[in-house]
Design a protein around this ligand. Structure first.
Ligand SMILES: Nc1nc2c(c(=O)[nH]1)N[C@@H](CN(C=O)c1ccc(C(=O)N[C@@H](CCC(=O)O)C(=O)O)cc1)CN2
Length: 285
């Protein structure tokens, strides 16, 4: 079997066109959507992601502001800036790029963002609401993965889904979204005793560990959908995921590439969440 490629760039193009249409409609009514992007420190990967987010806003009719701070910024200074952005009517979404420098408590920072502007969906109010099925925003990466399932006709009802990784950003919300869609969900992680046995029983695998080649062909049931959220570098410095792409492609039914898979969808869903925030705000004006 050769797996069907799930192309995150192509799906992003379609979804971003819808975002641009909604942004234009809001702008015509005097409510241009606005996203505030905040970056602290000089993590090179974060710089790339932030640059791509700002460019995606520009390309699709969303106004963006960019606060770029040195790693020496204090937690109090960052909290004061978030407070100002919470009160700025031109800003509908606030994105604080993670990770933050270690002297800043990222939980405190996320909790300072107004839940109705928390387009990352990380605030405890949105995380809790995700648990009960009614979040204002779904976290962008797992939300993007759900769109990939939908666009490729992958039926999750009754499917065995294995999520590898238990981060607040990907693993935990991913598991909740799969559960909401009717899958039987297992969350595996670094302490899981027999990862291969869990993975082999799965119709759907979402790998989000940051460990290169963690998922190999012998761990995949023929025909399974394999979604790679990993972002690693191989020995030659080339970007790669958590899945042995060449080996697993020969067994899986669907597979996402890295790059060009989940990554672009993360940015696309940030735009979608920002539009939704702006539409809610316009509806209340
Ligand atoms: N505040 C947030 N911080 C972080 C998030 C997040 O959703 N919100 N997620 C990750 C990083 N991330 C978004 O910020 C992200 C990762 C990867 C990509 C992406 O487009 N990857 C490309 C390759 C890019 C490259 O060449 O390096 C791809 O896979 O094709 C976008 C966003 C942690 N922090």
């Amino acid at each position: 079997m050769t797996a069907k490629l799930i192309d995150g760039l192509a799906l992003s193009k379609t979804l971003r066109a819808e975002v641009a249409t909604r942004a234009a409609a809001l702008t015509a009514r005097g409510h241009q959507p606005g996203l505030a992007v905040v970056l602290v420190g000089d993590n090179p990967a974060s710089e790339v992601y932030v640059r791509n987010k700002i460019k995606a806003c520009e390309d699709n009719g969303i106004h963006s502001s960019y606060d770029r701070y040195p790693a020496t910024l204090s937690e109090a200074e960052l909290l004061a800036r978030i407070d100002a952005l919470n009160r700025d009517p031109k800003i509908h979404g606030i994105l604080v790029q993670l990770p933050l420098p270690s002297h800043i408590d990222s939980h405190k920072v996320i909790e300072a963002i107004a839940p109705e502007k928390d387009v990352d969906g990380f605030h405890v109010a949105n995380a809790g609401a995700l648990m009960t099925g009614k979040p204002l925003f779904r976290p962008c990466t797992p939300y993007g993965v759900m769109k990939m399932f939908e666009a490729n006709g992958i039926d999750l009802r009754g499917a065995n889904a294995v999520v590898i990784g238990r981060s607040n950003i990907v693993g935990k919300p991913m598991a909740l979204l799969l559960l909401e869609a009717g899958a039987t969900v297992t969350i595996c992680h670094s302490k899981t005793r027999d990862l291969a046995a869990h993975a082999r029983a799965a119709d759907v695998i979402v790998a989000a560990t940051g460990r290169r080649n963690l998922v190999t062909a012998d761990m995949v049931k023929p025909g399974a959908a394999v979604i790679d959220v990993g972002m690693n570098r191989d020995d030659a410095g080339k970007l790669c995921g958590d899945v042995d792409f060449a080996g697993v492609s020969a067994v899986a039914g669907h597979i996402t590439p890295v790059p060009g898979g989940v990554g672009p969808m993360t940015i696309t869903m940030l735009l979608v969440n920002t539009i939704e925030a702006a539409e809610r705000s316009a509806a209340q004006a």
